[in-house]
Design a protein around this ligand. Structure first.
Ligand code: DGL
Length: 265
């Protein structure tokens, strides 16, 4: 089995929701978790500048970590930069994370689906194209949230979250039309699954919250060679690490990483 790591990338801690699924499927693999916390939040970035930043950053990450594959565990980045990354680094297989609009359209009963994402993801042509390709028979509401990624970050570090703020951010997802109601909400930001229990609690009615993390991990697995269910020999492989582009994560962040089995470098 290859000892080259799987690189898992996000603007912050959201990619940990994908990492935890990837670990279940690929316990034998080594992971390097990269948070571009110096650029967080990605949601408000101008597209050209964000694209250039991520492509440039990957040059260094690939040189430093030599990953077997790289998972972009971030919708805001993936809906923008996948073609550029693949063109710039053709030797590295990339897996992206894009809004789970197709499975939502397949599963909805009411035909009313909402996509909860960062303002960046909501604005992307890529997201509009997904709706056009897979959900043209549904009524899809795109809801861009300025605050939820930040709320998820502080919830995971500090253990508390302003439930009223969560309620206000998710409220526009709930639509009633012709006697029908929204029945599926796509969590199109990898940070949001950390808040899903608070979302359930503050939702005006029950819905399915679609988290694509497991599907992304499955896709990553298909790109790897070797026996990935093999259990890692801890003696042979060093610990998984977390890299922060700020170079300076605070104590609470380092503790959080430790809880996910990542030592901070
Ligand atoms: N976790 C990221 C995503 O999946 C975005 C968070 C942010 O940087 O705003 O879209």
């Amino acid at each position: 089995m290859s000892e080259r790591p799987i690189l898992m990338f996000d603007s912050g801690i959201g990619g940990l929701t994908v990492l935890r699924e990837a670990r279940v499927l690929m316990p034998g693999r080594r992971f390097v978790y990269v948070a571009d916390d110096a650029g967080f939040p990605y949601g408000a970035w101008e597209e050209t500048a964000l694209r250039a930043r991520i492509v440039e950053l990957f040059g260094r990450l690939i040189a430093e970590h030599d990953p077997e594959i790289a998972v972009i565990a971030c919708n805001t980045a993936s809906t923008l930069v996948m073609p550029d990354l693949r063109a710039a680094y053709p030797a590295t297989p990339f897996v992206g994370t894009v809004p789970a609009i197709k499975p939502a359209a397949e599963r909805t009963w009411s035909g009313l689906v909402s996509v909860l994402a960062t303002p960046g993801t909501v604005k992307r042509q890529y997201t509009r194209d997904l709706i056009h390709a897979w959900a043209s028979k549904c009524h899809v509401r795109l809801v861009g949230s300025d605050r939820l990624a930040g709320l998820a970050e502080s919830y995971m570090r500090e253990g508390a979250v302003d439930e009223e703020a969560v309620r206000a951010e998710i409220a526009p997802c709930f639509v009633e039309r012709d006697g029908k109601r929204t029945d599926i909400i796509v969590l199109a930001c990898t940070h949001y699954p950390f808040l899903v229990n608070r979302m359930r609690k503050t939702a005006p009615w029950p819905v399915d919250w679609l988290d694509p993390a497991e599907a992304i991990a499955r896709r990553a697995l298909t790109l790897l060679d070797g026996n990935d269910m093999a259990v890692r020999s801890t003696a042979a492989i060093p610990d998984d690490v977390a890299v922060f582009t700020s170079g300076n994560p605070d104590y609470a962040t380092r503790r959080l990483m430790q809880g996910f089995g990542l030592s901070t470098v």
